[in-house]
Design a binder for this molecule. Structure first.
Ligand code: UD1
Length: 419
């Protein structure tokens, strides 16, 4: 497997174009199953998870055609299968997003049960309970979720805890259902809003996305559409932290600045000068070391769990102490033992990390244990003394397109070592 070799000490400077959001393109691709007509998605990020999603859809018989750079056409008018194997679900948990659309459109879906993963147990009980409440007959046997329904019926369903893909799955199931679906305690993430706007552009009737109550009036059928994927706020946030951790100045382009409000505030607290444009943000640290910032993750609009690991790296080299509390996933501190190898000073107590900033991290051989943990290792390596070798970088490639190219263009000394 590929590795990344990073020599720390470069101060990052320049501009970087942010790609379409991983967490948006995956539900959007699943939603292409909801119509027989052609759907054209642009601003598709070049990610391993997108390749997996193409494999998933092709496995159902969806016609997938790459038209030009970052644009893909999908047509699901002649499906040959409604089954997603464990091999594909294991590669990408978001395969569970096929369940709602397949059931709504084809009346049946068989999706391998995603197991737990390094960051937590990650059950899908809410997805299944919601579909059952809509009248689906669901069995879980031999490692597969097998769902059947004639036509789903809208109902009122409350989700606990707030779940992003759960909200998305039920929203996609409800757009072709009979009557009105009311989703309570819905996720408010920008990617949920992007999916709602996409579904509405296909002829669905979804309102309230971005609030905790989403209403979906079912329609008979959806039509084709051309749609651009929203910008990836987590990729953008990661490059903003890269500027802050190296004392540099980086402008992230093609972003939705509203989606980055809290990240921006935290970076200002950390000592950065931030300039916000219409679709860009510049983070200028002017050579300073970061001031520590306390973090507590929670569903949007609070601090995203997908940025926790990156801010932990920032705090690891800050002037002072901080706490980082993870409330969304039960085991999302796999990056801490790796940071300790680089001489960070962090105490873990359940879901709380107490960080004492050190003057220098030291290069080491570390492992990228999950997607965002891998971003943490890259950020730590950028400021560590000497060389850091990051193993298992396939996790990074799931969510960050051409990371070595983008960081290299900002002045980082980074090289991919091919296996
Ligand atoms: C999505 C994102 C992921 C992000 C996470 C939280 C995608 C493809 N992935 O993951 O990047 O880190 O939101 O913002 O969009 N839960 C249950 N039962 C369920 C579903 C979830 O108990 O049926 C729990 C989970 O274990 C977790 C919490 O709810 O503790 C939130 O998880 P959820 O929002 O569902 O995460 P994902 O949608 O998998």
């Amino acid at each position: 497997m590929d590795k990344l070799l990073i020599t720390g000490g470069s101060i990052l400077k320049g501009q970087v174009d942010i790609a379409g959001a991983k967490n948006s393109v995956l539900p959007l691709m699943a939603a292409t199953l909801l119509t027989d007509e052609v759907v054209e998605l642009s601003n598709i990020p070049h990610l391993q998870d997108v390749t997996y999603a193409i494999q998933l859809l092709s496995g159902f018989g969806v016609d997938v055609c790459l038209t030009e750079r970052m644009t893909v056409k999908f047509q699901a008018n002649d499906l040959t299968s409604v089954e997603a194997s464990y091999a594909i679900v294991k590669s990408m948990r978001a395969s569970i997003l096929a369940l709602g659309p397949l059931l709504a459109k084809q009346g049946e879906a068989k999706v391998a049960l995603p197991g737990g993963c390094t960051i937590g147990a990650r059950p899908v009980n809410i997805h299944l309970d919601g579909l059952r409440a809509m009248g689906a007959d669901i069995t879980v046997e031999d490692g597969f979720i097998h769902a059947k329904a004639d036509r789903l019926k809208g109902t009122t369903f409350e989700m606990h805890p707030v779940t992003v893909t759960g909200t998305e799955n039920l929203m996609m199931a409800a757009v072709l259902a009979e009557g009105e679906m009311v989703l309570k305690n819905a996720a408010c993430e920008p990617e949920v809003v992007d999916l709602a706007e996409f579904l509405n552009a296909m002829g669905a009737q979804v309102s309230g996305a971005g609030t905790s109550e989403i209403r979906i009036q079912g329609v008979e059928k959806l039509h084709g559409v051309e749609y651009a994927v929203v910008a990836d706020r987590i990729e953008a946030g990661t490059y903003m932290v890269a500027a802050a951790i190296t004392g540099g100045c980086v402008r992230v382009n093609h972003v939705n600045v509203e989606h980055l409000q809290l990240i921006t505030e935290k970076l200002i607290q950390a000592g950065a000068e931030v300039t916000v444009g219409s679709d860009w943000i510049e983070v200028d640290m002017q050579g300073r070391s970061p001031v520590p910032v306390n973090i507590e993750t929670a569903p949007y609009p609070d601090f995203p769990t997908d940025m926790q690991a990156q801010f932990l790296a920032l705090n690891a080299v800050a002037n002072g102490d901080s706490t980082v509390i993870e409330t969304v996933f039960e085991n999302r501190f796999m990056h801490v033992p790796e940071l300790l190898k680089m001489k960070a000073d962090i105490q873990l107590d359940g879901r709380c990390a107490t960080v004492k900033g050190v003057q220098n991290l030291v290069g080491a051989t570390v492992s990228a244990t999950d997607l965002r943990a891998s971003a943490c290792m890259v950020l730590a390596a950028l400021v560590a003394k000497g060389d850091t070798l990051i193993e298992q970088v396939h996790h990074i490639d799931r969510g960050y397109e051409r990371i070595e190219e983008k960081l290299g263009s900002l002045g980082a000394t980074i090289k991919r070592l091919h296996a």
